[in-house]
Design a binder for this molecule. Structure first.
Ligand code: FAD
Ligand code: NAD
Length: 159
């Protein structure tokens, strides 16, 4: 199967966008990720999938904790910055929440202790045990078919 066909097909599954944040030796690291899902309610577990070449891979292994910042539609700049599409090093401030750096304007923040990790192909799936959750009344940033989008409500189907 052709890589581009696979990516186009996977990209047709619309997702939100997150920035994973963690801290090692007082240095904050962030990375944009859309491979995120809720896994379990009791106990509360979530999963992220990080490519083997991403620096974040090693940062999470060392810190053994991370935050998932679910981006709002006004955080396009953050998504671009933390995926290497922009370089605005000095413009980001991080709010400490449950001992982790987080992005204040996020739609939701989920802080986690590393529960387990599984090497699967060229990615590692990190399972996080949730230690804190924050939620704001905002709309999500959406990623679909390789483009950033905003949500628009559909009209109710009429009989
Ligand atoms: P770096 O390349 O070191 O960091 C990424 C960028 O963030 C760099 O430009 C860096 O300057 C900046 N940055 C880091 N820390 C800070 C800081 N403290 N202050 C300011 N800037 C900082 N890859 C995956 O593995 N899994 C996914 O689920 C995934 N989903 C993605 C979804 C989208 C919508 C996009 C656009 C990309 C996605 N990627 C995903 C790709 C991933 O975001 C990039 O490959 C990323 O550059 C890898 O980051 P890194 O850990 O190697 O860290
Ligand atoms: P794209 O067309 O590369 O991505 C569309 C979809 O394909 C993504 O949502 C994801 O589901 C899948 N995908 C892309 N690269 C993948 C990878 N290396 N491993 C597993 N699944 C992958 O979209 P784009 O706008 O060109 O993406 C920007 C960059 O971010 C690219 O370099 C892409 O590889 C990377 N990215 C990586 C992942 C990931 O590792 N899970 C997810 C999204 C984007």
């Amino acid at each position: 199967i052709d890589d581009r066909l696979f990516r186009n097909a996977m990209g047709s599954f619309a997702t939100g966008v997150t920035v994973i944040t963690t801290e090692n030796a007082e240095e904050v690291h962030g990375m944009t990720a859309n491979a995120f899902m809720s896994v379990s309610l009791k106990p509360k577990l979530i999963a992220i999938s990080i490519g083997e070449n991403a620096r974040m891979h090693q940062h999470i292994k060392e810190a053994k904790q991370f935050a998932v910042n679910i981006l709002s539609s006004d955080q396009l700049t953050e998504s671009k910055q933390f995926s290497g599409q922009l370089n605005l090093e000095s413009e980001f401030t991080f709010l400490n929440y449950k001992g982790l750096p987080t992005l204040e304007e996020s739609l939701a923040v989920v802080t986690c202790e590393l529960h387990s990790d599984y090497v699967v192909g060229d990615h590692t799936i990190f399972i996080g045990h949730v230690t804190g959750v924050k939620l704001q009344q905002k709309d999500p940033l959406v990623f679909s078919k390789g483009k950033y989008r905003e949500l628009k409500e559909l009209e109710d189907l009429k009989e």
